[in-house]
Design a binder for this molecule. Structure first.
Ligand code: NAD
Length: 341
């Protein structure tokens, strides 16, 4: 099938071309993000392949559909950037990659925890400057500490398994109990209890109206003083301004984030040398106890291989008229509830 691949980076091309070698789809790579202005690039392509920051809204879908596109292929799990209702109306099928790197994301969360605790990001710079003083680098033993995991699906469970290996007590919160988390020794509690007793809190639930700004001023009131907060899930789970206030008073001891509410203006692009206009983001970067990565938790060889293979298999399923297990069907009742899955 002829596929127009948007938001292409060199690594996308490398992994998609390798996975396509035995499959022989006709892939055309475009660097721009898909939106109403760039949709014309896909004229004549029956399939369009997109990532998290492409805008597959109704207007864009109309342009695509009017020029022959019948399939939107997401190379990610979340589909909050796709207007499923409009796609359904236009007869455009939407497929995705539901899970590609739960280990990668959980391991990245652990990387943030270890770096923040032992100030490895600061030590790296100090040693390069010939500063070998230890003042300001004091950490704590992770062993014996309590980790609160919010969202105990695929990634939250793996984080629990890793932290159990460190000798941590696990507190868990989810709308559904995961028996594997319970057999690991994870204790399900309500959020106030998790907030009050956790030394480290890590977020692994989806962004939905119920979880939007889950970590706000009221939640920060309830946390243990000096708590470490980790977010590798979605930026809008935390109210960034409230977290900045918590960092200023010391109620939040450290913050590690791989996601940020306004990240689509910043992440995945090289903006070095440009003036960043987002003052809230810039304030975050001034704290010594804040570590930010640019939505790279998923970014492992294994995940890119998995994404490429699943993406091309999804295309083959649709092309050959097979039912595709990764098709996202428009469900009006779900649309009202889910922003990001
Ligand atoms: P999952 O669906 O396996 O698990 C999500 C869990 O959250 C489920 O157990 C669900 O019951 C729970 N949940 C739903 N509503 C909740 C609520 N109101 N409160 C608490 N828990 C709730 O998903 P996953 O694969 O573990 O992914 C988790 C999140 O990680 C995704 O939603 C996505 O936002 C994020 N993610 C980030 C990256 C990255 O690169 N940073 C990559 C992949 C996924």
């Amino acid at each position: 099938m002829k596929v127009a691949v948007f938001s292409t980076k060199a690594y996308d091309r490398q992994f998609l071309e390798a996975a396509n070698a035995p499959k022989h789809h006709e892939l055309a790579f475009f660097e721009p993000r898909l939106n109403q202005d760039t949709a014309i690039l896909a004229a004549g392509f029956p399939a369009v392949c997109v990532f998290v920051h492409d805008q597959v809204d109704a207007a864009t879908l109309e342009i695509l559909a009017s020029r022959g596109t019948r399939l939107i292929v997401l190379r990610c799990a979340g589909f909050n950037n796709v207007d499923l209702k409009a796609a359904n109306k236009l007869g455009v099928t939407v497929v995705r990659v539901p899970a590609y790197s739960p280990y990668g994301v959980a391991e990245h969360a652990v990387g943030l925890i270890l770096s923040l605790n032992r100030k490895i990001h600061r030590a790296y710079n100090r040693v390069r400057e010939g500063n070998f003083a230890l003042d300001g680098l004091l950490g704590f033993n992770i062993n014996g500490r309590t980790v609160g995991i919010i969202g105990t699906g695929k990634i939250g469970l793996i984080l629990g398994q890793i932290m159990k290996g460190f000798g941590c007590r696990l507190l868990a919160y989810d709308v559904y109990r995961n028996p594997e988390m319970e057999s690991l020794g994870g204790e399900y509690v309500e959020l106030p209890e998790l907030f009050a007793n956790s030394d480290i809190i890590s977020l692994h639930c989806p962004l939905m109206p119920q979880t939007h700004h889950l970590i706000n001023a009221e939640a920060i009131e309830q946390v243990k003083p000096g708590v470490m907060l980790i977010n590798t899930s979605r930026g809008a789970l935390i109210h960034t301004q409230a977290v900045i206030e918590g960092l200023k008073t010391g109620k939040i001891g450290s913050l590690g984030v791989d996601v940020y509410e306004q990240e689509s203006e910043l992440f995945f692009e090289d903006l070095s040398g440009e003036i960043i206009q987002d003052d809230i983001f810039q304030r975050l970067t001034t704290f010594p106890n804040v570590l930010i990565t640019g939505h790279q938790a998923f970014f492992t060889e294994d995940a890119l291989r998995n994404i490429a293979e699943t993406t091309l298999n999804n295309i083959a399923d649709i092309e050959q008229g097979r039912s595709c297990p990764n098709e996202i069907r428009y469900q009006p009742e779900v649309e009202a509830k889910v922003l990001v899955s």
